[in-house]
Design a protein around this ligand. Structure first.
Ligand SMILES: NC(=O)C1=CN([C@@H]2O[C@H](COP(=O)(O)OP(=O)(O)OC[C@H]3O[C@@H](n4cnc5c(N)ncnc54)[C@H](OP(=O)(O)O)[C@@H]3O)[C@@H](O)[C@H]2O)[C@H](O)CC1
Ligand SMILES: [K+]
Length: 488
C-alpha cells in the first residue's frame, strides 16, 4: 500500500492539473467527501463548526460547509488569516460558499456542535500559534467531536510529529492515498478512524509522484516469502545460527532460535559458549546446539556453507567478543540486534566498514536507545521523522534498518521505506524483540532478501501478537505465527 508524502501529493496535484484534470473539481470532491462523512457519522449534530485555514485545506472546508448547509445542517465558519488573501481554488471555494465567516478568535464552544478542521493539511509549515493551540485545547477539553480534513491540523503529514499542538480527530478524511503521518506516532493517535477517499487522480499519476513509502502489509513481501514445495528438504529450507550468551543468559537467544524455526528455517542451531552448553541443552529439543566459545571456533563452524543466516545480539553480552564475532559474520546474512548493536556504540564506523560495499544483507534492529548509540547525529535531528532517520541510517550502514517502536519503520539503503502500524500494545513485553530477531533470521536463512525479510518479520510478529491476544508472553509468539500460505 503506497503512502504519499505531502510533497509527493502536491506533485500528484500538479501532474493532475498538467494532464488537464480540473483542480477545482478535485477540491469539490474532497469537500463533498468531508460533508458526507459528517452526515454519516454525526447526523444529530446541532451545528457544523468549520475552521478554514489560509490554503487549499481551507478551500475543502468552504466546499464542505456549503454542502452541509445545502443538506440542512446549521453551519458556522471561522476563518484563519485574511480571507481576502485566499488564492486559486480556495478563493473560488470561498466565493462559491454563501455563508458569512467570522475570524477564528470569535469562536466560542457551542453545545452539540461537531468541528470540521480544515485549517492545515499538506501545507503545514511550522508550529501552530499559541492562540490556535488554545482553541484546539478548548475543543479537545470539551470533547467536541472533530472531523479532520486530510490531516488533523498540527500533525505533520511526513513525520507524524505534532507541531505545537494538534486536533484529536474522531475521523480523518484524506484523499487518494494515506500519508506517512497518518500511521507514524503520535500522528496516528490524532487521526481517529481514517478514510481514504478517491477524488479521481489517476493511479498512473500517483505512481509517478511517489514510491518510497509503503504501509507494511503482506503485498510488500508476500511474493518473496518462502514457499514450501513437495521437494522441500530441511537443508533447502536454510540453516539459521543463533548466538547465545553465557550460562545465565541463554534465554533470549533460545527465544530467537525457536522463532527462527517457526518462521520456517529448516535447521536452527544455538551457538553457545562451552560453559553454557549444559544449561542450554536442558532447554532445547528441535533446536540444535554447537559449542562456539571463541572466534577460532566460530571460523571453523563457518566453514559449513550450509549455514545460511545468523542472529547475534539477544543476551549475547556487550563487548569485544561481539565485535570480533560480527567481523567474522559480516559477509553473511545477519540480524544484528540488542547487545550486538550496543557493542559498536563506541565505534559505529567499524560496523559500517564491515558492512560496506556489498549487496545489503544485514538487518539492524535497534530500538530508540540502540539507534541513538549507533547513529547519534541522526537521532538528535528533531525535524527528521522516523522514516527519514531510519533511511539515513540504512544508507550509512549499508544495511536494512528496522527501527523498532509502536510505529516500527523498516528502511533499505536503496530508499524503500515500510511503516508497520498493526502491532498491538501488548507486544511491548520482555523477549518480544528476541522473537522478532529470530523470525527475521529464519526468513533470511530461507533466502529472503533483507528488506523483505525485515518487513515480513515485523508484520508476522504483530500478526502473531494479535492472534495471541492481550496478556501474551514472548514464548507464546512463535506458536501464533500464521501459515505463510494463509497470508493475504
Ligand atoms: N491532494 C489533493 O489532491 C488535493 C488536496 N486538496 C487540499 O489541499 C491541501 C493542501 O493545500 P495547501 O494550500 O498546499 O496547504 P494547506 O492548506 O494545508 O496550508 C497552507 C497554508 O497554511 C499556511 N500555514 C502553514 N503552516 C502554518 C502555521 N503553522 N500557522 C499559520 N499558517 C500556516 C501557509 O502559509 P505560508 O505562510 O507558510 O505560506 C499556507 O497559506 C490538502 O491538505 C487538501 O486538504 C484539494 O483541495 C483537493 C485536491
Ligand atoms: K486539517
Amino acid at each position: 500500500m503506497l503512502l504519499l508524502t505531502p510533497e509527493e501529493m502536491g506533485n500528484a496535484d500538479r501532474l493532475a492539473a498538467e494532464s488537464g484534470i480540473d483542480s477545482y473539481g478535485l477540491m469539490i470532491k474532497a469537500g463533498h467527501a468531508v460533508s458526507a462523512a459528517f452526515l454519516r457519522l454525526f447526523p444529530g449534530a446541532s451545528r457544523a463548526t468549520v475552521f478554514c485555514g489560509p490554503g487549499n485545506n481551507g478551500g475543502d472546508g468552504y466546499v464542505a460547509a456549503e454542502a452541509l448547509k445545502a443538506a440542512g445542517v446549521p453551519v458556522a465558519i471561522f476563518h484563519l488569516g485574511d480571507p481576502e488573501k485566499l488564492a486559486g481554488d480556495a478563493r473560488r471555494a470561498r466565493i462559491d460558499c454563501a455563508i458569512e465567516s467570522r475570524p477564528i478568535p470569535d469562536y466560542r464552544l457551542y453545545p452539540g456542535e461537531v468541528v470540521i478542521d480544515a485549517l492545515f493539511g499538506a501545507g503545514l509549515q511550522r508550529p501552530l500559534s499559541d492562540n490556535l493551540c488554545e482553541i484546539i485545547e478548548a475543543v479537545t477539553d470539551a470533547a467536541v467531536p472533530v472531523i479532520a480534513v486530510d490531516l488533523p491540523s498540527g500533525v505533520g503529514g511526513l513525520t507524524g510529529q505534532v507541531l505545537g499542538g494538534a486536533f484529536r480527530a474522531a475521523h480523518t478524511v484524506t484523499f487518494m492515498r494515506a500519508k506517512p503521518g497518518h500511521y507514524l506516532l503520535p500522528g496516528r493517535a490524532h487521526c481517529g478512524s481514517l478514510e481514504v477517499f478517491d477524488i479521481g487522480i489517476p493511479q498512473r499519476i500517483l505512481a509517478e509522484a511517489g514510491g518510497a513509502h509503503h504501509l507494511n502489509t503482506p503485498a510488500l513481501f508476500k511474493a518473496s516469502l518462502p514457499a514450501l514445495s513437495a521437494s522441500s528438504h530441511k537443508f533447502r529450507r536454510g540453516h539459521l545460527g543463533v548466538f547465545s550468551g553465557g550460562p545465565s543468559a541463554t534465554g533470549a537467544a533460545r527465544l530467537s532460535a525457536m522463532a527462527g524455526l517457526r518462521a520456517g528455517a529448516g535447521l536452527v542451531t544455538l551457538a553457545v559458549p562451552s560453559n553454557a552448553a549444559l544449561v542450554a541443552a536442558t532447554h532445547l529439543t528441535a533446536v540444535m546446539m554447537k559449542p562456539v566459545s571463541d572466534v577460532a571456533a566460530l571460523e571453523d563452524w563457518l566453514a559449513d556453507k550450509r549455514l545460511s543466516a545468523f542472529v547475534l545480539g539477544p543476551g549475547f553480552g556487550v563487548g569485544e567478543k561481539a565485535r570480533t564475532f560480527v567481523e567474522a559474520l559480516a559477509a553473511r546474512p545477519l540480524v544484528l540486534d540488542a547487545d550486538g548493536i550496543t557493542s559498536f556504540a563506541e565505534a559505529p564506523e567499524q560496523l559500517f566498514g564491515l558492512l560496506a560495499g556489498t549487496e545489503p544483507h544485514c538487518v539492524l534492529t535497534p530500538h530508540e536507545g540502540e539507534f541513538a548509540r549507533l547513529f547519534p547525529d541522526i537521532s538528535k535531528h528533531d525535524t527528521f521523522g522516523k522514516p527519514e532517520k531510519a533511511s539515513r541510517a540504512a544508507r550509512r550502514a549499508n544495511a536494512v534498518v528496522l527501527y523498532k517502536g509502536a510505529d516500527t519503520v523498516i528502511a533499505a539503503p536503496d530508499g524503500r521505506i515500510a511503516i508497520n502500524a498493526d502491532a498491538p500494545p501488548w507486544l511491548a513485553t520482555a523477549g518480544s524483540g528476541d522473537v522478532l530477531a529470530g523470525i527475521i533470521g529464519g526468513l533470511l536463512a530461507q533466502g529472503m532478501p533483507a528488506f523483505e525479510a525485515a518487513a515480513a518479520g515485523a508484520w508476522l510478529h504483530g500478526d502473531a501478537a494479535n492472534r495471541a491476544g492481550e496478556g501474551l508472553t514472548a514464548e507464546d509468539l512463535p506458536g501464533h505465527l500464521p501459515r505463510f500460505s494463509a497470508i493475504s
